[in-house]
Ligand binder design. Structure first.
Ligand code: R1P
Ligand code: URA
Length: 235
């Protein structure tokens, strides 16, 4: 029962899916967590795998970058493949001054400059929020020696274009970081009555680029966020 973007059968996905933006990070996570992982999707290079962690089924698949891309995959997973929860495991740019490169962020809520959720309930400013149970499970699993921030992020459509003063303004409102998918993911989860969460690794800081991660580090240094995401997925 393939969809336009996922060539798999219904039972090929576990009820819980970890979803990094980068399909190569999906492969790396599958190799790290699940020696029994089997590849279940490769359409458009969007690699997906299913295996078990401590005897519990788990899937991991890339979402691609941006809100339209994750909306397509989350919609197909929730509506056609029996998926009940998606936990995004991504990178973010730091915004709040207390957030540092290497820290983790649990995105309880997501502001956005995208129009995607404005189409959901005409005339209403949709609140893009994470599932509370998943949030609690992730926060409870935070390693004691790692800095983990819990709060709001912004999902932007542009990676490079930042209106003047926007970052400072977001920081004033306590926004922890910026990424490009969580608001849309939370919208899709609400649409289908499913659960979603986003756990991020801070890869750079928008107000101080002196400690930004390299492209390789962005693909590999995500262990705190991953540990929390797995705990939420299997909770
Ligand atoms: O590291 P991922 O999960 O891809 O997340 C962040 O990185 C990409 C931009 O480089 C966007 O997808 C953004 O949300
Ligand atoms: O969207 C993103 C992700 C990581 N870092 C950024 O600066 N922006």
């Amino acid at each position: 029962m393939a969809t336009p973007h996922i060539a798999a059968e219904k039972g090929d996905f576990a009820p819980a899916v970890l979803m990094p933006g980068d399909p190569l990070r999906a492969k790396r996570i599958a190799e790290l967590l699940m020696p029994d992982a089997k590849q279940v999707n490769s359409v458009r290079g969007m690699l997906g795998f299913t295996g078990t962690v401590n005897g519990q089924p788990l899937s991991v698949m890339g979402s691609g970058m941006g809100q339209p891309s994750i909306t397509i995959y989350a919609t197909e997973l929730f509506s056609q493949f029996g998926v009940e929860r998606i936990i995004r495991v991504g990178t973010a740019g730091g915004i709040a001054p207390q957030v540092q490169v290497g820290d983790a962020i649990v995105a309880m809520g997501s502001h956005t400059d995208s129009a995607m959720n404005t189409h959901r309930i005409p005339g209403v400013h949709f609140s893009a929020v994470a599932d509370f149970g998943l949030t609690r499970a992730a926060v409870d699993a935070a390693p004691a020696d790692q800095k983990v921030h819990v709060g709001t992020v912004i999902s932007r459509d542009h990676f490079y274009l930042t209106p003047e003063g926007q970052v400072e303004n977001l920081a004033k409102y306590g926004v922890l970081g910026v990424e490009m998918e969580s608001a849309a993911l939370y919208g899709v989860a609400a649409e289908f009555g499913k659960q979603a969460l986003t756990v991020l690794t801070v890869s750079d800081h928008l107000l101080d680029h002196s400690k930004d991660m390299s492209a390789e580090d962005r693909e590999t240094k995500f262990h705190t966020a991953l540990q929390m995401a797995v705990a939420a997925a299997l909770s």
